[in-house]
Each structure stands twice: as C-alpha cells, then as structure tokens.
Design a protein around this ligand. Structure first.
Ligand code: ZN
Ligand code: FE
Length: 252
C-alpha cells in the first residue's frame, strides 16, 4: 500500500500526496509552488479538496492553468470557485487504482467533506491528531456526529489531516486526561518527532480512539476534568463535547 506523503506548506499545513505507480493524488493544495516542486512537469491523476478555506484551495488557480485536464473534486460550495466535479457525502470516486467514499463531516465548515479509501482518510480540518477543527460554521452536535462517524473507520486507517497541530493538541489532551497511558506514550512520540522537525502524521484511527479527547467524551476522567472546569457535570455527550471544544479554544 502506498504511504501518503505530507508536503509542508505555510506555517503548519500539509498538502497530501499519494502515489501508486504512475498514479498520483494531491489533496488540499493551499499553495501551488510546493506541489509543482514535488511533481515537476508530471500532472497528478486528480486533486481532492476538503473545504473552502484559503490554506486548502489557494493553489488551485495556478494548478488548474498548468494542468487544465486534471480533475478537481470538491464540495458543492460557491466559495470553492474552481472544481471540475462537485461531490457530497455517499459519493464514490474511482481514481486510477483507488476508490474513495466521500463522507460529509460538517462542523469546522458546513460543507466540509472527507475522502475515505486506500486504507486512509483525507479529513481536512475536521479531525486532527489529538484534536479537532474549530467550529467556525457548524454546531457542536454536528461536529461530534462527524467525529463519531470518522471514529467508526477501521483502526488501521491512516488519518491524513491537514495541520501539524499535534504537539499543542497533546498539551491540552494531557491536561484533561492525564491518567491516559496511551496518550502519555503518544505525547512522548510526538515530542521526539517534533524535536527532529518530522511530521506526526499520518496517525491511525486506533491511536486517535485511544488518545484524542474529542473522541473520548465518555471517558470518566475527561468528564471529571470537565466537571472541575465547569463547576458541574456536563449534561450529556454533546454538552461535554461543546465544553471541551470551548475549553480548548481558550487553552494556552
Ligand atoms: Zn480550515
Ligand atoms: Fe486549514
């Protein structure tokens, strides 16, 4: 199985590249230059877009002019002006040797999607390793449902999210669930990877289920931390998730 490669862009973005023989996929090209530096004159088989934010689509004008024949898959959202095929949850894409299912993951934005196939998931800014995206447009209930859906994917699924936020996420995760031994091990691994400037991604769904606090809102230790933080126990999963997300928003 091809291992996805993260191409660093901007401060902390990753543009994902997947290769299998002559087939190549580019995901969320927020900048064209690092993609062209990697691919040279060879066009990719397709470009996938998860959501409309500039750090995920701003490379499209240059790439579309350079390679007008390359299909660009994107959510149906006018804020993504360039696309050759609009896709939504439940759609299945056949690209070269790959087959991807589109999963709707609203929360960070209303039209965000993820692409699941080839043993991995390109999930944009919905789930991060040890964290999740900020709720710019969606509700806590929507984001929790999106994360719950992603969490049902097989444990060996590689999580290809688009930001290197893992070290900061680990600090928050340890603050809310300090007794989680798997999290302690993951945090140590993340610290040593970042010390050598290496990517902490892709992660696996099994690791996220064991360590990511936003997938663990039923954990007794997290519920106790939330009770200490709020002064009362959350009134259910959505309430716990909402409280965890807003705590993280203000956490330094
Ligand atoms: Zn975003
Ligand atoms: Fe982003």
């Amino acid at each position: 199985m091809a291992r996805p490669e993260p191409i660093p862009a901007y401060e902390d973005n990753y543009i994902w590249l997947l290769r299998d023989g002559p087939a190549t996929l580019v995901v969320d090209p927020g900048d064209a230059e690092p993609v062209i530096a990697r691919l040279g004159t060879t066009p990719p088989s397709a470009i996938l877009i998860t959501h409309h934010h500039g750090d995920h689509i701003d490379g499209l004008p240059t790439l579309h002019v350079r390679w007008p024949e390359v299909p660009i898959f994107a959510p149906d959202d006018p804020r993504i002006p360039i696309a050759t095929r609009r896709v939504s949850g439940g759609d299945v894409l056949e690209i070269g040797p790959w087959r991807f299912e589109v999963i709707a993951v609203p929360g960070h934005t209303q039209t965000q999607i993820a692409y699941h196939g080839a043993g991995l998931v390109f999930c944009g800014d919905s789930m991060f390793s040890l964290g999740c995206g900020r709720l710019f447009e969606g509700t806590p209930a929507q984001m929790l449902e999106s994360l719950d859906r992603l969490a049902t994917l097989p444990g060996d699924t590689l999580l290809c999210c688009t930001h290197e936020y893992t070290a900061a996420n680990a600090r928050f995760a340890l603050a809310v669930e300090p007794g989680n031994a798997a999290l302690g091990q993951r945090a140590a691994q993340v610290a040593s990877l970042r010390a050598s400037n290496a990517a902490t991604l892709p992660s696996t769904l099994a690791s996220e289920r064991a360590c990511n606090p936003f997938l663990r809102v039923d954990s007794p230790e997290i519920l106790q931390s939330l009770a200490n933080h709020l002064g009362h126990l959350p009134k259910g999963r959505v309430d716990a998730f909402a409280a965890l997300r807003s705590w993280k928003d203000g956490f330094r």
